[in-house]
Design a protein around this ligand. Sequence first.
Ligand code: PEP
Ligand code: MN
Length: 338
Amino acid sequence: MIVVMKRSASEEDIQAMIEHVEALKMKPVVLRGTERTVIAAIGEERFAGAGSLESGPGVDEVLPILAPYKLASRELRAEPTVVKAGSLTVGGANIGVIAGPCSVENEEQICATARGVKAAGATALRGGAFKPRTSPYSFQGLKEEGLKLLAEAREQTGLAIVTEVVAPDDVELVSEYADVLQIGARNMQNYRLLECAGKSTRPVLLKRGPSATVDEWLLAAEYILDAGNPNVMLCERGIRTFEAHTRFTLPLASVPYVQQKTHLPIVIDPSHGTGHTNLVTAMARAAIAAGADGVIVEVHPNPDKAMSDGYQSLNLPQFQEMMRQCGRIAEAMDRELG
Ligand code: PEP
Ligand code: MN
């Protein structure tokens, strides 16, 4: 429920409405605009009498939030959310570019990649230290040692670090090193992890599960918002379909759909979304043309030697060329990479 207060509503009226909402066993979220204040009543709506809210002092109107996700919905907040983390800005006029290897492998690999992607115009460095792998026998990441190497790369380049956290117990540790917590596709519905990330002060990049609907994905974002973290970026990384020519199917219609339904920014991952190096640049261009607020791209100085996802990674010259092409599309969209 959204309670729109009158312009003339006093601070006492607002306070009374907050208490009224709490008495209905719902959580009040107060949004103070320049013109007027809006109080969202979040929770199980079937118990709440809209009538009783309407008759509160200073209330202009009470509207239902139709979407199943409340805090994430555009109905609640009309203006788009812009997420900032150090050198990274995602949303508004800025298209964030997060680039780097699938996994952090060693100091030379991560620092050389960081320098290379920064020189090409990337605004954040990605790299997995904790890797969720399909097979337990595949490389699982360098864990804390990998986080330290990412911090070293940030030291050298100033790039914000985006890295994955796979378990609730690791949120604190990863938050010490990371600027952005990535929640991977396999963990999109790990509700304990979402809650813990929601309690962190770090922005979160929430990947879509390969078999999750958009509503399930947005409800996963709602867990993070509801736990108190407003800085959520959605990441479309492709879904599983019958098509086998690409690793996943990358639905770019997610971009305008999500932007219509929520105020959260959306980042496209053309690397996991296609699974083939030679398809990545075209889909990065298409993502920006569709209105994406950011891209996250796997880049490795020597993809043939990568310990994970080399077949979908760009090398540094390929990334430079991707940036050149994407810069032109961004300009056509009245936006800028960076
Ligand atoms: C990754 O970013 O390397 C990764 C594991 O992605 P996803 O969770 O989308 O599979
Ligand atoms: Mn990967």
